[in-house]
Design a protein around this ligand. Structure first.
Ligand code: F58
Length: 792
């Protein structure tokens, strides 16, 4: 490996070892690792073509990947080799690993799920391709100025991305606008604007390097190079205008988590990557098939939420306008290819496009949507409408054009059936299925938690990263004090590491003996970071009044970004930071309670925080969090959950046992019921002197003395509206936290409970999730061992 790294340094980067920077070394290492994926990648592709009738296409607007060096090295099993090669070269492997920017091509859970799925598809040797957008700027970088979030453009592509292969020859013309001509029963779309979609391929290698799939991301560029005539006239702006316009399409990831902005550019992004992907997969199909009618036997196309829902009309358009099929047959073929995953019930997050806008950008697609709607209404006159009050409902479109629709946890799927898609479910009672989310154990235990991984491997062998249910073998050890000591020691190592990092980056010295209580996720009202900080203030009040009581010291850690236009979420961030600066400087409670909120939470920060957590905060208003996946990562790494019966918390609790989970709060049904009582928030606050006091302190400006009115909005809203029932769940949340305090006082009890969590969440591997999709939705199988051995 030493020679491979040196060769890349010299011949790929043009540097000699004496003048190489960290960046150069990191690139040379990455290229050397990438070389090792190429053979398995070619082999997988060959087996795919020769032996596998069907391929999976995962269409996702987001892939939240994070760093790759460690992940690839671990999957290939060459971490030690790389480390020692670099050390021979006088380089520090860990330093290079830390030099890599996160590939942050996603907002949160939905994008991270897509990345976990890519890892599992490769590990399970299922022929698959991920399709998305190669954003020039990923999710914005977050900084705090006076406690307030400020956003800065993210620039991961300012440096070369080591893992990708540009494919200039794989490019498609993507059209927009114009109008449709009809003659002799045929439709012809005469577009007004065309851009090129060019492919960039990243190989994704599975565990132990046996199989690799492709993540193909599309970049937008102008169809014509810049306008030389204008340039020669001296009109430089005009010369590059069309280029700039075209490139805008893949310029930046929309930072809007959960609320949709009705921007034309967003619609164009969605069509851009969907159309390029559909063209690409049809071209691949036609390479070795004659009859387009056989497409459903060769392609399973999964829509990650409705962002690629235009795939339905696009497929129909290609089948009808370009291949001459009739509309009914085309719709049937498209439906047999498509599956749709729903990730949210929040009404404001369901995509709707104004009909006029969709018709202006995609006139032929709008016609086809009318045809789809007409047929659906003819077959089912009571069907909910795709076209409704001048809008195109993308959820209804995706549902009607898919043969299977899935929710992402058992509770969420039940709610999908009984709320958003209740009427469609009645009409198509077998279409909705559940596929509870999962996480890849390679990144989220083996990679991020070496201390615990080594311990587990010593006890149960090294089969668990590919078969996470083997963790069950740890459960009997919950009574083994020797093992529990080792389990605790691993946690301690991670907590010390985190403490050092907090000291370096936040200038705050935290106590590794305290309970590390962590809430990391996007900031949203329904996730109730607000309830967490209110509880923190209440706890502080009581500690401050009685500092010598037998308190369990806590470090409250927050992490997360707010969508730039989400005002309330930004106020919550500011409140947390304001409260932190008061509490962290109180000499009376300084050894009892601290608040840490490092800016710019991302995948890499999650990998540092999760292994060090004692308590995982999963406290959303019941019925609102579709699944959550952070909840699974924490439990796997031996944190206990304090949580509501929401999303996958319900199933996590079933697996780990009610006695190993701190449950509180209203159920989804009770939430709905409570909302029907006028003044429910006021009633709850009046019944809770503790909460009243906290709200009074905030309203009086205790945490913003120079701007006492700063949080009147937040406090007023809690008294008068409180849509997410912070007030109603507050007291039981506070009391449940105190139960957690008690348990934490006994390290033996706590670590036995924590071990039961690690040992019981093997089911939440994304390998299990992908097997479910393969069986229930895609009807595909993995390559067999015989296939793999034959071609090895
Ligand atoms: C998340 N959705 C869910 N959406 O909130 C979470 O419960 C679930 O675990 C996860 O999906 C995976 O299923 C989510 O992350 C987005 O970020 C969208 C981005 C684009 C705009 C609309 C929201």
């Amino acid at each position: 490996m030493k020679n491979e790294i040196l060769a890349h340094l010299r011949y790929s980067l043009g540097k000699d070892a004496g003048h190489a920077s960290i960046y150069d070394w990191r690139m040379a290492l990455s290229l050397a690792l990438r070389d090792k994926i190429v053979d398995p990648w070619f082999r997988s592709t060959k087996i795919g073509y020769e032996k596998q009738p069907k391929r999976v296409y995962y269409l996702s607007m987001e892939f939240l990947i994070g760093r790759l060096v460690e992940d690839v090295a671990a999957n290939l099993g060459v971490e030690d080799e790389a480390r020692s090669a670099l050390s021979d070269l006088g380089q520090d492997y860990d330093l290079l690993v830390r030099d890599e920017p996160d590939a942050a091509l996603g907002n949160g859970g939905l994008g991270r799920l897509a990345a976990c799925f890519m890892d599992s598809l490769a590990t399970l040797a299922i022929p698959a391709m991920g399709y998305g957008i190669r954003y020039e700027h990923g999710l914005f970088e977050q900084d705090f100025v006076d406690g307030q979030q400020v956003e800065k453009a993210e620039t991961w592509l300012a440096q070369r991305h080591a893992w990708e292969f540009e494919r200039p020859e794989v490019s498609y013309r993507i059209n927009f606008g114009g109008h449709v001509h009809h003659h002799e029963g045929k439709a012809e779309w005469r577009p007004h604007e065309t851009v090129l979609a060019t492919a960039f391929d990243t190989p994704v290698v599975g565990w132990q390097g046996k199989w690799a799939n492709t993540l193909r991301l599309w970049s937008a560029c102008p169809q014509k190079e810049f306008d030389l005539a204008s340039f020669n006239r001296g009109d430089y702006l005009a010369a590059s205008r069309s280029e700039a316009l075209a490139r805008t399409i893949s310029r930046v990831l929309y930072p809007d988590d959960t609320t949709e902005t009705g921007k034309e550019l967003r619609l164009k992004q969605e069509y851009f990557f969907t159309a390029a992907s559909i063209h690409d997969l049809i071209r691949r199909f036609l390479d070795d098939h004659d009859d387009i009618r056989a497409l459903p036997e060769a392609a399973a196309i999964q829509l990650n939420d409705t962002h690629p829902a235009i795939a339905g009309p696009e497929l129909v358009r290609i089948l009808v306008d370009l291949h001459g099929l009739d509309m009914d047959e085309a719709i049937d073929i498209a439906r047999r290819c498509l599956g749709y995953t729903n990730h949210t019930l929040l009404p404001e997050a369901l995509e709707r496009w104004p009909e006029w806008l969709l018709g202006r950008v995609l006139p032929r697609h709008l016609e086809i949507i009318h045809q789809i709607e007409g047929r659906q209404q003819a077959d089912h006159p009571d069907s909910p409408r795709i076209l409704d009050h001048g809008n195109v409902n993308m959820g209804e479109l995706a549902f009607i054009m898919a043969h299977k629709v899935n929710g992402v946890s058992a509770l969420h799927t039940d709610l999908v059936k009984s709320t958003v898609f209740a009427d469609l479910h009645r009409i198509h009672p077998t279409r909705i299925v559940n596929q509870t989310n999962g996480i890849t154990p390679r990144r989220w235990l083996h990679g991020c938690n070496p201390a615990l991984s080594a311990l587990i491997t010593r006890k149960i062998g090294d089969g668990w990263p590919a078969d996470l249910e083997q963790l069950r073998g740890l459960r009997p050890l919950a009574g083994d004090t020797g093992f529990l000591d080792e389990f605790q020691a691993a946690k301690r190592v991670n907590k010390e590491q985190l403490s050092n990092w907090v000291a370096e980056t936040c200038g705050l010295s935290i106590n590794p003996d305290a309970m590390f209580d962590i809430q990391i996720k996007r900031i949203h009202e329904y996730k109730r970071q607000l309830m967490n900080i209110l509880e923190t203030i209440a706890l502080w009040n009581e500690m401050h009044a009685n500092p010598h009581a037998d308190w369990t010291p806590r470090v409250k850690i927050f992490g997360g970004k707010a969508a730039p236009g989400y005002h309330v979420a930004k106020e919550i961030i500011r409140l947390i930071n304001d409260v932190a600066s008061v509490i962290n400087t109180d000499p009376v409670t300084k050894d009892l309670l601290q608040i840490v909120y490092p800016p710019n939470y991302n995948v890499t920060m999650a990998e540092l925080l999760i292994p060090a957590a004692d308590l995982s905060e999963q406290i959303s208003t019941a019925g609102k969090e579709a699944s959550g996946t952070g909840n699974m990562k924490f439990a796997l790494n031996g944190a206990l959950t304090i949580g509501t019966l929401d999303g996958a918390n319900v199933e996590i609790r079933e697996h780990v046992g009610a006695e190993n989970f701190f449950l509180f709060g209203l159920t989804a049904e009770e939430v709905v019921e409570r909302r029907s009582h006028p003044g429910y928030a006021r009633t709850a606050i009046e019944a809770s002197p503790r909460l009243q006091k906290v709200l009074a302190q905030i309203a009086e400006g205790r945490f913003a003395p120079h701007d006492p009115g700063r949080y009147h909005g937040i406090v007023g809203n809690l008294w008068d509206h409180d849509h997410f029932l912070v007030s109603c769940d507050f007291d039981t949340y506070f009391n449940t936290q105190r139960r957690a305090d008690e348990a934490f006082k006994s390290p033996a009890i706590w670590s036995a409970m924590a071990l039961c969590n690690t040992a019981s969440v093997g089911w939440f591997s994304s390998d299990r999730t992908i097997r479910g999709y393969a069986r229930d939705i895609w009807n595909v199988g993995p390559a067999t061992n015989a296939d793999l051995e034959q071609s090895a």
